[in-house]
Design a protein around this ligand. Structure first.
Ligand SMILES: [Zn+2]
Length: 212
């Protein structure tokens, strides 16, 4: 297990406000990369590739356009005193490593212990997506998600666990397919209470069923 040390949200929130280069310049940069591979950017199959790559980047890195704290802003206080663990398990995670800009694919589990208010589950999934759709290392991604939920929702604790494969490790470099990396960030009661931590880890490890 590796635990993150990077300071999370702030630098990323500053980065997302940076001015973007012109689309034509970015397409020219992609064309240059194609030339760098040794191929001909003017052949039929490649001629529209720079424009496609730029559109793909808009999708992959859409997370710079949203503020995760804002997403969690709307909470519900009518919970009939529900105060036990809320766990979103086995969400698919797709991100890109900031060192090679290739995919990180895995799954993520997010849990929190509400203190009087809860947030819609789609909002939690959206926060994961906003951070995932940025250039990341898995350690920072894990911390940013946990700390944002803790800061905005103020629950009694947050636990985030990510298990993912890094294409920069499986398809290039050391070429180790099948290896996954696990990171976790435990805050509040999940950090201080070993029973709770065990409960989270065993809930996450339990076999899952698909409904609906
Ligand atoms: Zn990488």
């Amino acid at each position: 297990m590796s635990l993150a040390a990077n300071p999370p949200t702030r630098p990323q929130e500053q980065a997302r406000q940076r001015r973007r280069p012109a689309r034509a310049d970015v397409e020219a940069a992609v064309r240059l990369l194609i030339e760098w591979t040794g191929d001909d950017p003017d052949r039929e199959g490649l001629v529209d590739t720079p424009a496609r790559v730029v559109r793909a980047y808009e999708d992959f890195f859409e997370g710079y356009n949203s503020d995760p704290a804002e997403i969690l802003g709307r909470t519900f206080e009518e919970t009939n005193d529900y105060d036990d663990m809320i766990l979103l398990r086995n969400m698919r995670l797709e991100s890109h490593c900031e060192h090679h800009i290739v995919p990180i694919i895995g799954k993520i589990h997010v849990a929190y212990l509400p203190a009087g208010r809860v947030v819609g589950i789609s909002k939690l999934a959206r926060v994961v997506e906003v951070f995932a759709k940025r250039l990341q290392i898995q350690e920072s991604l894990t911390s940013q998600i946990a700390e944002t939920i803790q800061d905005v929702l103020r629950p009694r604790g947050v636990a985030v666990l990510i298990e993912a494969a890094h294409m920069c490790m499986t398809t290039r470099g050391v070429r180790k397919p099948g290896i996954t990396m696990t990171t976790r960030r435990l805050l509040g009661d999940f950090q201080s209470d070993p029973d709770l931590r065990r409960e989270f880890l065993s809930a996450v490890a339990a076999p899952s069923e698909t409904f609906g």
